[in-house]
Write a protein that binds this ligand. Structure first.
Ligand SMILES: [Zn+2]
Length: 359
């Protein structure tokens, strides 16, 4: 009985479909031939050739690569240099632009200049930065972040220890550090133990693993990507479409305390620019990035490539998408060869996978 019903329904649906098609054709006037439809030529995806990365035993992989510069318990400091702006401090220290005042000082407001030689204390990853608004009190701020007022008072940086409650005068434009409770579970937690994760990755065929990430190896061999096509050589603007900057294994995802992705790859693997842009920084960073490159794509996006072994571009260079900018290394705060890759949008660190997935 059931089967009969199903047959009846599907026959009815086919009939309805044919009827609808016939009606459409009759109403739409002239039949549209394929030549009239402008369809973009499909671009075949660039797939890595399986032979490019021979399978290896899990044990032969370098130690679990990981950077801790954003999750370290040791307070980091940054000394202001000539030419620094809030944005360059954010880039060098790996924090969001809007959190930089919480590195400068509790009385700092955005209209004050940075002072060369000032030592800033970089807020740890489990601290948020709140800009005091007119009407804010300690209680309203605490309630907004769902923390106890005492927890905000207890952070020495806020300078509220020992201050009587009626003596607290929050000045608009100044900043408070807000302690963030550590996440208990869910998306923000670290993935399963890295060694296990890598073992799973390494046993997957390279062209089927959803986690395998790659740059176009043909362009990664050192061919210059500058001025490809009709774009003038001095045109620094990116396309907004990001390509994977390296061929390797995703070894660390984006989390609240690691706002980047790590891609493990053998030392010396070429790293390519994710999009066209101008090299904003190329050199050494002692906040944990080691040898790093920052590219400004001039469309509000900035990308950062860290722990490089070699840097193959200079500040001021215009680079094309897919152009080699350096090689994978383990410089700075790193325990194995990998690329630490960040994307910023308007100074805010965002999940690179959200943009890379658009490929
Ligand atoms: Zn990293």
């Amino acid at each position: 009985m059931k089967r009969y019903l199903w047959l009846l329904i599907s026959t009815a649906m086919v009939a309805a479909g044919l009827l609808a098609a016939g009606t459409l054709r009759a109403q739409d006037g002239p039949i549209v031939t394929p030549a009239d439809i402008s369809t973009p030529t499909p671009v075949p995806p660039v797939l890595p050739t399986p032979t490019a990365t021979p399978p290896r035993a899990a044990g032969s992989f370098p130690p679990s690569p990981r950077t801790m510069h954003l999750a370290t318990d040791t307070p980091l400091t940054y000394t202001v240099r000539g030419g620094d702006t809030l944005f360059t401090v954010a880039l060098e220290t790996g924090i969001d632009l809007e959190d930089v005042p919480c590195a400068v000082g509790p009385r700092f407001t955005d209209d004050q200049p940075l002072v060369i030689g000032d030592v800033l204390s970089v807020p740890p990853a489990n601290v948020l930065c709140h800009e005091v608004l007119p009407g804010d009190t300690l209680d309203t701020v605490a309630a907004a972040y769902r923390v106890a007022p005492e927890e905000i008072r207890a952070l020495p940086w806020n300078g509220l220890i020992g201050v009587r409650s009626d003596g607290i005068d929050l000045r608009p434009g100044t900043h408070l550090r807000i302690p963030l409770p550590l996440p208990k579970n869910g998306m923000t937690q670290a993935p399963a133990a890295d060694a296990d994760f890598l073992a799973v990755m390494l046993n997957m065929p390279v062209d089927t693993s959803p986690f395998v990430v790659f740059a176009d190896r043909n362009t990664a061999r050192g061919k210059s990507g500058v001025a490809s096509g009709p774009v003038p050589a001095d045109w620094p603007y990116g396309s907004g479409h990001f390509a994977w900057p390296v061929y390797g294994w995703l070894s660390q995802s984006y989390r609240y305390d690691h706002r980047a992705v790590d891609v493990a790859a053998p030392a010396g693997t070429p790293i390519t620019a994710a999009d066209r842009g101008i090299v904003l920084r190329a050199g050494w960073n002692d906040q944990g990035y080691g040898r790093f490159v920052i590219i400004d794509h001039k469309i509000d996006y900035v990308t950062l490539y860290a722990h490089l072994d070699r840097i193959l571009v200079q500040e001021g260079d215009i680079v094309g998408q897919g152009q080699v900018i350096g090689t994978v290394g383990s410089t700075g705060n790193s325990t194995g060869p990998h690329l630490h890759f960040e994307i910023r949008d308007f100074g805010r660190l965002i999940n690179p996978l959200e943009l890379l997935a658009l490929q």
